[in-house]
Design a protein around this ligand. Sequence first.
Ligand SMILES: Cc1cc2nc3c(=O)[nH]c(=O)nc-3n(C[C@H](O)[C@H](O)[C@H](O)COP(=O)(O)O)c2cc1C
Length: 198
Amino acid sequence: MTTSPGTPVVVGITGASGAELARATVDALLDSGTPVIASASSASRLVWEHELDESFGAALERWTDTGLFTYHPPTQLNASIASGSLATRGMAIVPCSMATAAAVAHGFADNLIRRAADVCIKEKRPLVLVPRETPLSAIHLENLTSLARLGVTILPPEPPFYLRELTVDRIVDYIAHRVIVALGLADAMPETFRYDGP
Ligand SMILES: Cc1cc2nc3c(=O)[nH]c(=O)nc-3n(C[C@H](O)[C@H](O)[C@H](O)COP(=O)(O)O)c2cc1C
């Protein structure tokens, strides 16, 4: 299947800590002119409320105003992204809870986010998970390993300690750009985030 810059990317937002990572990733995708189709789990809405000042509704409005953004509730299992017949450039689940990682690792497609991820795996499209949990149990690691073996990119939100003057905003921005590169939408990280070695 061929895809063009007008082909959407799917973003699943789940109930791990790190709502800021979801907001920054959607912002960066839309800023780059990439259409986004998103869904957010009910747990993610609780985390969002707890961690961010901007309400989820306000963010949805802001994203919708770009004309590039579509939202489906996670219960809407008949949405376009539940089928492999809709061409997409892949999916990012950011942040990804251990519950969603477990479900996706086992093909348990009981909501739209999990089903859209299942579709990416079966259609061999890029799938990027930004898992957030610490410490990780053997259950978490085994699920993430199963997914990595299927070609899923496991991209934990690790700070780039080699960069100077790190702030949370800068780390979040770094991870959002890492997701974009992992999806194959950019060849390399912006200069400001690159390791400046000899
Ligand atoms: C404030 C808050 C923070 C949470 N942080 C995490 C987390 O960092 N990682 C995680 O795996 N689950 C976390 N959870 C638990 C998940 O939200 C829970 O397992 C939920 O069932 C995940 O559902 P979902 O994957 O459909 O979003 C958190 C829950 C709340 C309310």
